[in-house]
Design a protein around this ligand. Structure first.
Ligand code: TTP
Ligand code: MG
Length: 577
């Protein structure tokens, strides 16, 4: 299966250590296998013949073999823990790297929260499997087969019992696996759903409380929880029938051995020690069969995880983000050309979100983009840093098609302030420095001043060192937006894109930002997406978007004269500048 392909690279990396662990497991199993035979000899030769010297020497041998087994077990444990931890860490970091390289389309496909489960829970499961594989799962079959061989070797007559018992037990386990497999997969899926419901609830907890939807959410959770309970109970019920029936079969076998052995002793064909050793081997067979059965459970869980991890590795990166790909060197002008661009999100029913867009933005120009919600403004500006691939037409920066420019270099020139300000856990200083890693403190401050953020930052006791919670929860909406603007400005980009990022800022502050930007934006190309006409009044050109197309384009006065839609928007906003 293709999804498993990613495991190959680890096979070569850890194959040798795996083999060493396998060697130790073999030693360990061999030691376990030798003990019952020696014991039977002690009973039959030493005890029956009253030979103390024999008992002592064989006893010493038993101690020695046990010690060897213990040593092998410890070494195997050390190796398996080390390898599985390392393997887990490698897998996690490879996965993380892969996710970083993914295009937005891929991430939309995979769903963000499921990516988190994949990198944590799923990797854990695979790591557990690797650890288990190197420990018990190798030992159990070895013990099982070894015990069989030893038992037959010891006394072929008694081995008849094995011929009866082992197939029955194996059959029981096979049936169990056949019925149990889908059930365990079902349990895993139900667990995923509980996780998903919980995650969504926690991320939307404020809205849930605000809308008093607690009861609804609780019901949703209860349903998922109930499903998990039922699925798990079903799987466990199955186990609870099978485990005792296996134990019963084996115990019947023990009775048969005792019975046949008793007859054998009576006839002088079997020795007492043989019976004890034989029962020992048979118990080992039972235990290892049961262990294999438990490992199977582990494997089912890990298999689902492996598939889920494989899905991530299988994602083809549409954006062909090649590290080291030189591409075309950009000259810093900042001209943007949209030529007959069409675009649709994957899975948007093939419905184009943008249709035949042509727009030119000359170096240093400021272009305003307005239009009703859902018109495609955000989609349009997100195409410039090549977050998504267009379906038709071309987008050029300084005359070069963006598909020919290394995305890393392309994005370096562009600062985009998204519609929803995204902040990270850390200080305000760190958050602004996201725009430019090595920005000096005065640069950060200058950017914050431009974004009208300096004053409110300084009003905090810790100033720029104020710690922000996850997503900036301890800031107001407008404060977040201004930090996001500062982060973009500190980068000193060639192209600045503001996607409706002053929507939560009061009008007075917005005026301040606008005035500062007007000066600052002189040398750079600026795209301003806005709801309020006032935000784009001063732009060199205003594009009015309507259902994925540019309905009109021109300066404010041109549009007033020529565009009905524009006049309507202006009219509707009159008096609430
Ligand atoms: P947007 O481009 O987000 O519309 P907009 O930015 O003009 O709207 P707003 O003023 O509210 O910010 O959306 C255009 C269409 O694309 C809309 O039907 C939703 C769809 N869409 C997606 O399917 N996936 C996405 O990630 C985004 C951003 C939009
Ligand atoms: Mg938008």
């Amino acid at each position: 299966m293709r999804t498993w392909a990613f495991l190959h690279r680890y096979k070569t990396k850890y194959g040798r250590q795996f083999l060493v662990a396998a060697l130790f497991v073999t030693i360990e199993a061999t030691c376990d296998l030798l003990l019952p035979t020696i014991m039977s000899k002690i009973i039959d030769i030493g005890v029956a013949g009253r030979r103390t010297d024999y008992i002592l020497s064989q006893g010493a041998l038993m101690v020695f073999i046990t010690a060897c087994g213990a040593l092998a077990a410890s070494l195997r444990n050390v190796i398996s823990s080390k390898v599985s931890q390392q393997f887990g860490a490698d897998l996690r970091s490879d996965l993380y790297e892969k996710i970083q390289m993914l295009a937005f389309t891929n991430i939309d496909n995979l769903n963000r929260s499921s990516l988190i489960t994949r990198i944590t829970n799923d990797v854990n499961q695979v790591q557990l499997l690797a650890n288990g594989l190197m420990r018990i799962s190798l030992k159990a079959p070895l013990l099982c087969i070894g015990s069989l061989v030893m038992a037959i070797n010891l006394n072929p007559r008694l081995a008849v019992v094995l011929v009866l018992v082992v197939p029955v037990v194996a059959l029981l386990i096979a049936i169990n696996i056949k019925i149990g497999f889908p059930r365990f997969v079902g349990v895993q899926a139900a667990l995923d759903r509980v996780n998903a419901v919980m995650r969504e609830y926690l991320s939307g907890i404020r809205v849930v409380k605000a809308f008093k939807r607690f009861a609804y959410e609780q019901e949703k959770f209860a349903a998922a929880n109930q499903e998990l309970q039922e699925k798990s109970a079903g799987a466990i019920r199955l186990m609870s029938v099978f485990s005792p029936s296996i134990a019963l079969t084996v115990n019947l076998g023990v009775v048969m051995v005792l019975w046949m052995g008793g007859l054998g002793i009576h006839a002088g064909q079997v020795q007492a020690g043989h019976i004890i050793a034989f029962i020992n081997y048979m118990t080992q067979i039972l235990v290892s069969l049961m262990i294999m059965f438990l490992i199977f459970n582990n494997f089912v869980r890990a298999k689902a995880s492996i598939v889920r991890i494989g899905e991530v590795f299988d994602q083809q990166n549409d954006a062909k983000w090649v590290t080291g790909y030189a591409g075309t060197q950009l000259v810093d002008n900042g001209r943007i050309d949209f030529e007959n661009v069409s675009f649709s999100y994957d899975g948007f029913g093939g419905q184009p979100v943008l249709k035949d867009i042509s727009l030119t933005c000359l170096p240093g120009q400021t272009i305003g983009i307005i239009g009703s919600t859902g018109a495609g403004k955000t989609s349009l500006v997100n195409l410039i840093p090549r977050f998504y691939e267009i379906t038709a037409g071309s987008i050029k920066i300084d005359g070069h098609d963006i598909t020919e420019i290394n995305p890393g270099q392309l994005r370096e020139k562009i600062a985009l302030v998204p519609q929803q300000a995204v902040l990270f856990t850390g200080t305000i200083m760190e958050n602004i420095r996201w725009g430019k890693e090595n920005a000096a403190a005065h640069e950060v401050e200058a950017a914050a001043k431009l974004a009208a953020a300096h004053d409110f930052i300084m009003s905090f006791p810790e100033g720029y060192n104020t710690l922000l919670g996850q997503g900036g929860v301890n800031l107001s909406g407008g404060q977040k937006q201004r930090l996001a603007i500062a982060r973009a400005l500190v980068r000193k980009p060639t192209i600045l894109i503001l996607d409706d990022c002053t929507s939560a800022v009061d009008v007075v502050t917005e005026e301040k930002i606008k005035a500062a930007l007007n000066q600052y934006a002189n040398q750079l190309t600026c795209l301003i997406v806005a709801q309020r006409i006032s935000s784009v009044l001063a732009a060199d050109k205003i594009a009015v978007m309507e259902q994925g197309t540019i309905a009109a384009c021109g300066t404010h006065s041109e549009l007033l004269a020529s565009s009905g839609i524009y006049r309507e928007i202006v009219q509707s906003q009159r008096g609430r500048r």
